[in-house]
Design a protein around this ligand. Structure first.
Ligand SMILES: [Cu+2]
Length: 501
């Protein structure tokens, strides 16, 4: 299914085909020889460009507690699924290099903008200062310019998988979709990552000439989803291992809008941590849902033979009352194979790690905010509605009735307070809510009270649903943002500012 076909179907349902075709740069993807990655696709035979061994991005390590790195954002030609793709990349690779840090380290990034539009950098999930040269989403780096970030990780920073991507309002979805993202691994021993796999899952769509597809306003409102789902920039790579071996997988959903519902052909996987925060009690799952931005720390015992790591169909919105969406769910795509896992040898093979082995660098889950005294409770309302201002008769994406304004302070919080936030979604599609700097501890979801310590930086708020979290606004003060991590929704205004101090 090409994005053109989807867009045309949207349009046909709405009788808007003429307007859609005339007004936007729909890019044809049909007939270009792509394998059917779309709905219902569970192709087992590798097509050209697939079936290569999984590779991982280059790893840049801190030296003497400092990781000094130049990240150059620029157009690049890379090989995707056996074709040359014209993408945007950090240092010429998709994903960008992996930044490996230990708690207490200092990350000094010189971001060089060789794009033809503004950009900046966000260190997603890191518990670091949002001020000045820190993880500051208000920084704007214009074309031809550079910005020096200087980010200090606290000595007790949680260990796990985090990531970086541009955060310049209005351009985030396009830049991430085009290839600008990379992993940050925080580990107590920044040299010991052997026996682990990093799986960065992303999606994009390419036009027939290899350029990144231009998406329609309707695709932006739904949240664009690519036809190509990639693991470390590869289409359907192969993970080779030994039968019965226990592997540690760190998985990132770097997709612009796509939810991942991961399954290893139904085999159990142990969930050790979420969003870079270890769980106090790892537990077995047969599938795990990652909203855009989420990460999972998994332990996997490799089943004999060949299995598929898939993302299963997931409906992130009923589409009811969607106006421009015409009643079509924004996402209910079929299963897609992400990678092939091929295990050989015997289950008693040497080298297998005992299943009880903890994930690397595990830390206690930290202070349980359910027993903290709450200084203030707030309700934030995520909403969509018909509105003016987009120039295409489209929808407004708001928090508390307002679109993003970087000059405004939407939430003023006293430093040191614990607050309880109920995030309410009155719209007919899911919105993954992301707060920078301070993690959110789940208190109540649609399933009822949360009985374990579960801290996240992206909390999915289902359509017509709400989630209650507690947040300790300690350690850092300053101004930053919270927003929907369907990056098109963020660009369309579903973002607010918070000032702590
Ligand atoms: Cu959203």
């Amino acid at each position: 299914m090409s994005s053109e076909a989807i867009s045309r179907r949207h349009a046909l349902e709405l009788g808007l085909l003429g307007a859609a075709s005339a007004g936007v740069g729909l890019v044809g993807l049909g007939g270009n020889g792509w394998p059917p990655f779309g709905p219902g696709s569970t192709v087992r035979n590798p097509a050209p460009g697939q079936g290569a061994a999984l590779t991982e991005p280059d790893v840049l390590r801190a030296v003497d507690g400092v990781l000094q790195v130049d990240l150059r954002a620029a157009p690049a030609d890379v090989s995707l699924a056996g074709r040359t793709a014209h993408v945007l990349a950090f240092n010429g690779s998709v994903p960008g290099p992996t930044l490996l840090l230990a708690p207490g380290d200092r990350l000094r990034v010189r971001l060089v903008n060789d794009l033809d539009e503004p950009t900046n950098l966000h260190t997603h999930g890191l518990e670091v200062s949002p001020q000045g040269a820190g993880d500051n989403p208000f920084v704007r780096v214009d074309p031809g310019e550079a910005h020096a970030y200087d980010i200090l990780l606290p000595a007790d920073h949680p260990t796990g998988l985090f990531w970086y991507h541009p955060h310049h309002h209005g351009m985030v979805a396009g830049q991430v979709f085009a290839g600008l993202y990379g992993a940050i691994v925080v580990d107590r021993d920044a040299s010991a990552t052997a026996g682990e796999r990093l799986l960065i899952i992303s999606d994009t769509s390419l036009a027939a000439d290899g350029s990144v597809a231009v998406v329609s306003p309707m695709d932006r409102m739904a949240g664009r989803e690519g036809d190509l789902v990639l693991v470390n920039g590869q289409a359907r790579p192969v993970l080779e291992g030994r039968t019965g071996a226990t592997e540690h997988w760190r998985v990132l959903n770097a997709c612009t809008s796509r939810y991942l519902r991961l399954s290893l052909d139904g085999h159990p996987m142990s969930l050790n941590g979420f969003d870079g925060r270890p769980l106090a009690t790892p537990h077995d799952v047969t599938e795990i849902v990652l909203a855009p931005g989420n990460r999972a720390d998994l332990t996997v015992t490799l089943p004999a033979g060949t299995t598929q790591l898939e993302t299963l169909a997931y409906d992130r919105g009923s589409g009811r009352g969607m106006g421009m969406m015409g009643g079509r769910p924004p996402s209910s795509r079929g299963a897609t194979t992400l990678a092939i896992v091929r295990a050989t040898g015997t289950t008693s093979g040497a080298g297998a790690v005992p299943p009880a082995a903890p994930g690397p660098g595990r830390r206690p889950a930290g202070r349980d905010l359910r027993s903290a005294s709450v200084a203030r409770s707030r309700v934030l309302e995520l909403a969509t509605g018909m509105g003016m201002g987009m120039g295409d008769g489209g929808m407004r994406f708001t928090i508390d009735g307002r679109s993003f304004d970087p000059e405004r302070i939407d939430q003023q919080v006293r430093a040191g307070d614990v607050e309880e936030w109920t995030i309410r979604n009155t719209s007919p599609m899911s919105h993954p809510f992301h707060l920078h700097v301070w993690p959110m501890q789940l208190v109540r979801t649609a399933d009822g009270p949360v009985t374990v310590v579960d801290r996240r930086d992206v909390v999915d708020v289902p359509a017509d649903g709400e989630v209650t979290v507690r947040i300790a606004f300690d350690r850092f003060s300053g101004r930053t943002v919270y927003h929907c991590h369907i990056l098109d929704h963020e660009d369309l205004g579903m973002m607010g500012t918070i000032a702590v101090g």
